[in-house]
Design a protein around this ligand. Structure first.
Ligand SMILES: NC(=O)c1ccc[n+]([C@@H]2O[C@H](COP(=O)([O-])OP(=O)(O)OC[C@H]3O[C@@H](n4cnc5c(N)ncnc54)[C@H](O)[C@@H]3O)[C@@H](O)[C@H]2O)c1
Length: 384
């Protein structure tokens, strides 16, 4: 089965294929117009999968592979340089293409390599996590971390195509699968709330989904992302809503040095930032509840115990380096965030989609999350 989508971001466009047959990739690769392919892959992926892919590609053009050890720790400019030098040693040239096979971390690193090598060569993503397939490849953003925070060094760079091979997702852990669904929950509450009832029926804490259900997740993610990115490709206006849940989320993910998965951070961030939206007089209480219900339905709340390790001050201090700084005039006692006015509606208009959140509001909101999670039999102590 092969599904085809067109991703339209601003004036740019690229095809997205979802298949359950790796061989479909070759037919699509032939259309790209390249003389060689360089597969950059996450070394956690089954090596037989990558060897099989390489053999397929070699039937058409020359192909080399570079394996990368993936973690937030290695999501750095140093890694970008090391991979680029390895690719140059292997003979990469201006008519080559980088094929990024991996999750969001690998895709972001390889995306940046593609954007920088020879000032830009062709890029194809084969996303192998739910997060990458339904979220990160639906944006032009490529970035790496610095000592001070996540995704602070990067660029916008368009891929030639996306090919999601559903067979590659089968080896993904339930924990990582669920982490990917956190972004879908974010899209549901922030852009397409009308889809919540249909999705609520399908989401489950067994983390068991069919190919067709995955295709529905993808279809909805594409609709949500493209509906805003077509007008705001650089994600500086209304598409900033995709950062909802990410200020708090990035902070705990960063503090944990990657032990808390990106999607787990986002799940926690969605709860805290929904409470903040309520505290500031925007979201109604029942709208905040919907955040918890969806996250409970996928079972991700049970994955969040690591968040307890950090104090409110630690989280606050990291948030002060968040990449949304600079949109509006700030002061020492507040942090800029993207908030919701109501389900499906971002707070703000025109160019002002960022709100300043004072520290006491953040502290009260995170305490409310801790109390609610404690009542659902989780023990949160430090963030009290
Ligand atoms: N550019 C964007 O717009 C954007 C959007 C969302 C997320 N991101 C970035 O993506 C990253 C998170 O992505 P992620 O959740 O995919 O994390 P990830 O890339 O770290 O992958 C999660 C884990 O799954 C492993 N893995 C990958 N594919 C596998 C497979 N098929 N089978 C078994 N294991 C596999 C990885 O080695 C890793 O341990 C973060 O760095 C985040 O900042 C970027």
């Amino acid at each position: 089965m092969l599904y085809e989508y067109r991703i339209i971001i601003g004036e740019l466009e690229y095809p997205y294929y979802l298949s359950d047959n790796t061989e479909d990739f070759i037919e699509k690769l032939k259309k790209i117009g390249i003389n060689s392919a360089f597969i950059v892959f996450d070394d956690a992926i089954n090596v037989d999968y990558v060897t099989g892919l390489k053999k397929l590609v070699q039937k058409e053009i020359s192909c080399e592979v570079v394996s990368v050890k993936v973690s937030e720790k290695y999501k750095s400019l140093k890694e970008v340089e090391l991979i680029s030098e390895r690719l140059l040693e292997l003979g990469i040239n201006r008519k080559s293409c980088i094929v990024a096979v991996g999750g969001g971390v690998l895709g972001n690193i390889a995306g940046l390599v593609a954007g920088l090598l020879f000032r830009g060569i062709k890029l194809i993503h084969i996303p192998t996590t739910v997060m990458a397939a339904t979220d990160s490849v639906l944006s032009l953003k490529q970035a790496v971390n610095t000592r001070l925070g996540k995704n602070l060094l990067g660029m916008f760079y368009k891929p030639e195509m996306i090919f999601t091979d559903h067979t590659s997702l089968l080896s993904l852990s339930k924990r990582d699968y669920n982490a990917g669904l956190a972004e879908l929950v974010k899209n549901l509450v922030s852009v397409i709330p009308q889809q919540i009832p249909e999705l609520y029926e399908i989401l489950n804490d067994r983390v068991e989904y069919t190919f067709d259900e995955f295709n529905l997740f993808l279809d909805l993610s594409i609709k949500a992302k493209c509906s805003l990115l077509k007008r705001d490709m650089y994600e500086k206006k209304e598409a900033l809503v995709f950062e909802y849940g990410h200020t708090v989320g990035h902070a705990v993910e960063f503090l944990s040095k990657g032990e808390i998965k990106h999607g787990e951070g986002v799940a926690f961030g969605l709860m805290v930032e929904s409470e903040i939206s309520h505290e500031l007089g925007y979201l109604k209480e029942n709208e905040v509840d919907i955040h918890y219900k969806l996250l409970e339905k996928i079972g991700i709340i049970n994955q969040l115990s690591n968040v307890e390790a950090y104090t409110k001050d630690e989280i606050w201090n990291v948030m002060r380096h968040d990449n949304k700084r600079g949109y509006i005039t700030e002061n020492d006692g507040s942090v800029p965030m993207v908030l919701l006015k109501s389900l499906g509606k971002c707070c703000g208009e025109d160019t002002n989609y960022i709100k300043l959140v004072p520290k006491p509001v953040f502290e009260k909101s995170i305490k409310k999350v801790a109390d609610r999670l404690r009542n659902s039999s989780r023990i949160f102590s430090k963030i009290d």
